[in-house]
Design a binder for this molecule. Structure first.
Ligand code: NDP
Length: 247
């Protein structure tokens, strides 16, 4: 067992899955950088929660689709907490539309946030991980990146891109004790799925053998295990947590 306290950055940790991961890591005693973009009060609530477990943390605002903001955020975290050892690329958005109606800007916005955001954060955290010969990178994608979905060509492409990115970087850094993995959730009850109508939820249910949506707390256990020393021989893996949806 490795009880070392590490420094972790979680993008999009103000709400949903990222929030759940942040709290679970804090319970293990790690120092947490909580990234948010627009919901500062939610990020402060997560920070207070983290502190109640006796853990240390900071909130850091950055739009992950913007290179300069990501560079500034990572510098800020490293100055205040120390070199980032665990990175969760969790921040993500949807902007659904059938391809015929999909605006070019909405394709770009989803790719820039989900895929390019993952690229920027990984690139700018990697230097110190390589120098320190230890690192854990966990990318949150989606089963939609494996299966595709009507009305989600932009989102599916961004998440499938994360899969190929993960496998490539995993190969590049494998000899440095740095692992890079994907957790691919199915439908999880968060703000992302709150927008679905009852009719949409019912039709989605037909694809899920477990006949229910998951909860953020059902993603966090695997996601946090992948950041441990014990997970050292797992890299380049894409792990579904989806109630059997993509079987
Ligand atoms: P939520 O909508 O609940 O939260 C999204 C988080 O991402 C927020 O903290 C938000 O910050 C942050 N965020 C959004 N855009 C940016 C940006 N440009 N820069 C920085 N942060 C940003 O999302 P979920 O918890 O549902 O989703 C988390 C991840 O899980 C996403 O990558 C999503 O694609 C993936 N996922 C979710 C599924 C689901 O059913 N919920 C299914 C499969 C995958 P703020 O609010 O401060 O702007």
């Amino acid at each position: 067992m490795d009880n070392k306290k590490r420094i972790a950055l979680i993008t999009g940790a103000s709400r949903g899955i990222g929030r759940s991961i942040a709290i679970r890591l804090a319970k293990a005693g790690h120092k947490i950088a909580i990234n948010y973009n627009s919901h500062k009060n939610d990020a402060i609530e997560v920070l207070n929660n983290i502190k109640s477990y006796g853990s240390e943390g900071i909130i850091v605002k950055a739009d992950v689709s913007k290179r300069d903001e990501v560079e500034f955020m990572i510098k800020n975290v490293e100055e205040n907490l120390g070199p980032i050892e665990i990175l969760y690329n969790n921040a993500g958005i949807i902007s659904d539309s059938l391809l015929m109606r999909l605006k070019i800007e909405e394709f770009d916005r989803v790719i820039d946030t989900n895929l390019k955001g993952t690229f920027y954060c990984t690139k700018f955290c990697l230097n110190n991980m390589i120098k320190n010969r230890w690192g854990r990178i966990i990318n949150i994608s989606s089963v939609v990146g494996l299966r595709g979905n009507v009305g989600q060509s932009n989102y599916a492409a961004s998440k499938a891109g994360i899969h190929a990115f993960t496998k490539s970087v995993a190969k590049e850094v494998a000899t440095r004790n740095i692992t890079v993995n994907v957790v691919a959730p199915g439908y999880i009850s968060t703000a992302t799925t709150d927008v679905l109508t009852e009719k949409q939820k019912k039709s989605v249910m037909a694809w899920i053998p477990m006949q229910r949506f998951g909860e953020p707390d059902e993603i966090a256990p695997l996601a946090t295990f992948l950041s441990t020393e014990e997970a050292r021989y797992i890299t380049g893996a894409i792990m579904r947590v989806d109630g059997g949806m993509a079987i």
